[in-house]
Every structure is written in structure tokens, then in C-alpha cells.
Design a binder for this molecule. Sequence first.
Ligand code: DGL
Length: 270
Amino acid sequence: MADRNSPVGVFDSGIGGLTVAREIIRQIPDEPIVYFGDTARLPYGSKSKDTIIRYSRQIIRFLKTQNVKAIVIACNTASAYALETVEKETDVPIIGVVRSGAHMAAQVTRNGRIGVIGTAGTIKSGIYGDTIRQFKPDAEVFGKACPLFVPLVEEGLWHDSVTEEIASRYVSELKGKFIDTLVMGCTHYPLIRGTLRKIMGENVTLVNPAYETAIELKNMLREQGLTCEKTPEEKYQFFVSDQAEEFTSFAKSILPEVVKETKKIAIEEF
Ligand code: DGL
């Protein structure tokens, strides 16, 4: 049975979820974290719902071996496809990133016209629109899949003109819809926030679901009496299903000082 000083499990298809871990570390720095990145099987964004549910179940079984007290699905695609199923099967509290991002978008929009960018899977699921309308029934939500952003970010082209050109093409359609709010509905997109800001202009609010997810986690831990009181010496642990060294070096660009080493595990065995 997990206790309040056990870690929070955070998982993603790979490195992108580190943007969520970063917000959690900023907002609740005493909480220990076990992070898992499924680097052997990414991307999740182009896979089917059944596959993402199967992968998520295996990862949750692994995280349970680490005695986690709560789980954050940091991946938007896995939150879109698997959260509803796995939360019914899991005996620790589990949250995703979509609800938080949708809630924030519904709160900050002034004209009720909201754009959502994400992977093909997240956009196809329609989950952001459905969830935003739970909070704001008259909202108009326009989705756009941006499959090239993930490889561009992973190539390190965060501030490159190539990224800017592709981003302009992707979001021109959304600009034509007169949105005033844009949800960055994929773990990688906050890393190209500057480019998106430049293209969308100052009048469009950019929503980073990771930010509100960290707040939701903090509140949930408090409400359930799970806030850590005695932080263990090994506060952060990182696991992947492949390419541990590459993960460590990329992770250092997002979370310097935090990621020291990464362990590789055989996720299919869980
Ligand atoms: N982590 C994924 C997401 O937020 C993006 C990367 C992938 O497709 O695996 O949807």
C-alpha cells in the first residue's frame, strides 16, 4: 500500500512528458517522482486507441512496482485514448493532461473560439472539444493535427526558421477561425511556445495543459492526504524502454540538474 511519502508516477511516450514533470517540480518541489518514457514504442500520436490502452496498462503495472501513490498520464494522446479505461482499473488516483488543459481554455477564452493543436490521435479523438464544452457548452473548438512538430522538437529545431514555416502552415487555418485561445495539446509544443507566440500574435492566449495539471495534482494530493512530508534522498528517478543515454542528454536540456541517469527496462514484461 502506497503511503504519502511514496513517489508520483509520471509517464509519457518519451521525452515530451518532461515538460509536465518540469511543471510538477516547479509547483510541488518536495514531491518525489518516478518518470517513465516509452522511448522504444514512440510515437503514440499515430497509433490506435487499442494499442495506446495496452501500452498504458503495461506502464501502470510497472509504475505500481515502484509503489507510486498517484499517476499522471503526461502524454496527451494517452490521456485522450486510455485515461477513461485505465482509471477504472487502477487503485491509485490517476489524472491526465486533457481535462486540465480544457478547463483552463474554457476559463480564459473571451470570444468562445478555441483552437487545439495536437497529434493526429489526440485531434481525431475529439476529446479536447468534448471536454471544453463540458465547462463551456457554447464554445466553438477547432482542432488541427500537427504531426511534424514532434520530430522538429526532437531534432532540437525549437527556434529554427523551418519550424516557423511549418507552424505558419499548420495554424493559418486556425487563425482564419478568429480563435482567441490556443491549447498546446501535445507534450512537445510548449518547447516551441516562442514560435507559436510569434505566429499567433499577442492577442491569442496560449494554454499549456502541463501547468494546470501540476495544480490539479497538488490539489488532489492534498485532498487525499497524500502530500509528501518526508522527501526521500533519491527524489527523482527516470526509466525508459530504450535509448537511456540519448534520453538523459535530451532531458538535460529540459530539466538540467534533475536528470542524472536513466535506467532502461523491458516494458513488454509488465
Ligand atoms: N507525448 C505525445 C503527446 O503528448 C507526443 C509524442 C508522441 O506522439 O508520442 O501526445
